[in-house]
Design a protein around this ligand. Structure first.
Ligand code: DQA
Length: 139
């Protein structure tokens, strides 16, 4: 499979940002481990803090990749533009969250993008991304 992990705002700070919630491992370290676990898959990675740049990357990859793993960060809860974008793509998009968003503030319980995604994986720390790759491999 050729898949891409797309991370949204503040996820460039993984390993440093609120380690009690998001852990102390950086995305770089985790990505190396993930790629070692799936040597036959191409796992590309992109991160941006900018909503429009996330949309550009989704459009760029959404017609040629086998799947997209999207952690839209806080845009999950606000972005109609991301919802519309995901609806336009051919590739299946799996919504991912590191934390269990249902066990946090109320405003995190609603996902604007969930209806357009194939499914959601959340609450397993960075292993949520690993489970998303497994999910894509079962489609
Ligand atoms: C997050 C959960 C979001 O509510 C939050 O805004 C994030 C990270 C997660 O991976 O748990 O930035 O998507």
């Amino acid at each position: 499979m050729k898949v891409i992990i797309i991370n949204g705002p503040n996820l460039n700070l993984l390993g440093v940002r609120e380690p009690g919630i998001y852990g102390s491992v950086s995305m770089d370290t985790f990505l190396s481990q993930l790629r070692e676990s799936y040597p036959n898959d191409v796992i590309d990675y992109y991160q941006s803090n900018v909503e429009g740049e996330l949309i550009n990357k989704l459009q760029e990859t959404g017609f040629s990749y086998d799947g997209i793993i999207l952690n839209a960060g806080a845009y999950t809860h606000t972005s109609i533009a991301l919802l519309d974008c995901i609806r336009s793509l051919q590739a299946p998009v799996i919504e991912v969250h590191i934390s269990n968003v249902n066990d946090r503030e109320d405003f995190r319980r609603h996902s604007m993008i969930a209806p357009a995604c194939k499914g959601t994986i959340q609450g397993f720390g960075l292993n949520s991304y690993r489970l998303a790759i497994e999910a894509l491999s079962l489609l």
